[in-house]
Design a protein around this ligand. Structure first.
Ligand SMILES: [Zn+2]
Length: 172
């Protein structure tokens, strides 16, 4: 049944688009689904982790822009990511947060999954409490409703003290 539907989509595309549309589409699709393997990301992140002895307060990284593909409709959703972490033994360079967001964005997924994956990955690499919030517009919803509604998802991963967690909430 799934391949039947895909065949009908293929027929529509071939009927109403240009000769080179399928190859352009494939190239874009391959580019925007290149975030499944973690090997290159792990290598890059390992060079950005810095030992921490003295920093003992919340760190926020805000307004990281991203584009991803919704796995229900294969349509883009896009917006911004906000991350907070409370460092223990490790700090991470700012550009590496952008690298992580770019990497995990390049998958077919739900916004909820992207939010969770970024938080889990950072938690695993830094061994500290991590918060991730995503605010995004989904073009599938935009096309269906003509409304550019913002969806927000957020997750806390790791052991947060109530007081610090409340500080994060008060700033979001
Ligand atoms: Zn969708």
């Amino acid at each position: 049944m799934r391949s039947e539907h895909l065949k009908r989509a293929e027929e529509l595309i071939l009927k109403y688009t240009e000769e080179r549309t399928p190859i352009r589409f494939l190239t874009l699709l391959e580019n925007f689904t290149s975030g499944y393997s973690l090997r290159a990301l792990d290598k890059s992140i390992s060079t950005g982790i810095v030992k921490n002895k003295s920093i003992n307060h919340l760190i926020f990284v805000e307004d990281i822009r991203f584009f991803s593909l919704c796995k229900h409709h294969l349509m883009p959703f896009y917006g911004t990511v906000k991350i907070a972490y409370f460092p223990k033994k490790s700090l991470l360079g700012i550009s590496k947060f952008v690298r992580i967001v770019n990497h995990f964005s390049r998958r077919f997924q739900l916004q909820e999954e992207l939010t969770q994956n970024i938080a889990n990955y950072l938690h695993q690499k830094l061994n500290c409490p991590v918060y991730t919030k995503i605010t995004a517009t989904h073009t599938c919803t935009l096309l269906k409703t003509s409304q550019a509604i913002n969806f927000t998802t957020q997750v806390f991963v790791g052991d947060w003290f109530d007081e610090i967690r409340n500080e994060v909430i008060s700033r979001t």
